[in-house]
Ligand binder design. Sequence first.
Ligand SMILES: [Zn+2]
Length: 565
Amino acid sequence: NRKPTVASLSEPFFARTWWPCKDHPTDKADSVDIYVTIGYDLVVASNGSLVSIIDNGDGTKTTHWHESYPIATYLVSLAIADYYVYSDTLKYQGHTMPIDFFHYGAPSEGIRANNALVREMLTTFSDIFGIYPFIREKYGHAQFNFGGGMEHQTCTSLGSFNEWVMAHELAHQWWGDMVTCGSWHEIWLNEGFASYCEAIWSEHKSGSAAYHGEMNSFEASWDTSGARDVLYVSDTTSVNKIFDWREYRKGAWVLHMLRYTVGDSAFFRILREYGSAPRQYGTALTADLQQIAEQQTGRNLGAFFHQWIYEGGRPNYEYAFFPEVTDTGVVTYLFLNQVQQGYKPFQTDVDVRFFFPETTITVRLADTLIAQNFILRFADVPDSCVIDPDNWILNGARRVEYGYRIVNDPLPDAFVNKPYRQQLLAAGSKAPYTWSAADVSLPIGLSVSADGLLSGTPLYPGIYSIFLRVSDSDQPTHDLSILVPLTVRLIHGDIDDQPQITLGDLLYLLRYLYKDGPAPVDLLQADLNCDGEVNLVDVVVLLNYLYQQGPAPCMTTDYSSSRRG
Ligand SMILES: [Zn+2]
């Protein structure tokens, strides 16, 4: 009809181009009055509540909108056209609020149907996040000539009337408008949240499968290469660098992963708290969200936020599993390796689902290392397993055949002051294997050679856990790390440190007890009945053992009073 349209689009830093302001998201105005004088017979849509439309008597009229809530500069908006206007009404917790729709002409049935969903969206998000932040005013959307939408406070501008765009822009009223990202570096706090709410809307409408479907559709829809995958925006001078799809889709995934990590009830508590003062009608940073999440859960979530916000990449799992039937039941070894190049190991819980002929069992494992081995006990032998079956964590996962395990676990016992020699063996991958052990975990006197010979003479009894690391000969190599228990026993009765228990030991003991002879290296050696004392009873036990076919001296692994390596 040849009438003009006018619309503003100021995010992130273009409000300054059409009205004087300190144009930074942290500098919210406590309220805004917008007066528009035009000569055409046009409708002006803007923020807040309509105060008046005054005919100036000179062929112009002045429309006055008043926004009574704090508002960031980029959310101040004008949308002017020969709008077709109609309204819906929200009744919520005693409030009655208009929902206004401004269209270029009468909307189609399809658009009307989507508009009719806005009331339910308002109710849904209010139930979950707290009451619609601008309940004293209105919500509405006004058609404009840009694509997509822009979440102008109380008056979204829309170029497409897709249901999920509507949900997204409405959700911004909480996340973006009520709580505004305090820096464009952290735009994900706006866009990731609003995108995540598209999935929340799907979940409300159609249930969990729809929620996951939405999240799955987001996955990998951003550039995951290198720095392009880091959510924190390092260069905020360019609009395109700020509004990268990554901020929307990966941002939504951070919330998805947080929900998995902390559980539903804590997650929604966190969102409510995040939307509370002093952030409500103010601004927030990622650090605020982390602090709230840690307060609400009592957990340290530093690794979570660091790896997903400030680092790129994702865990790329290679896994293998070996069920073994043993005397004590089925033991299933799961080897979970992170093989992503250029990124540190991710620390995350991850679900693993095991499939049995009749059933499935899902276990949640805390995966924190490049190479991590899990030993699981099930009643039956699993046929297969899947990593992260419900897609809660950004990851790649591939089952591999290289998975291997250390064969001699547990190791045969060692004895104090007796030479020990055990060839470590691995199976399941390409030989030769290269071995090492963390020195602090080895009994003093034992060492591990690169070809896997565990040898030496242990000096002190105890129950040790040797931290072994083994690499295969694949290219690149695959590393396994595992704790292997080793018990170093003391031979009670072997008092003189000569091999075997003999008359020499008896004489040594008698001299010690009755002739001021030297003490055994370890007094426990002379405690043949393990009663904690060395006395005549031990002499009798030794005599009976040597000459009367009496029982062997006691064996114990309770070396708590003894020295440790
Ligand atoms: Zn958005």
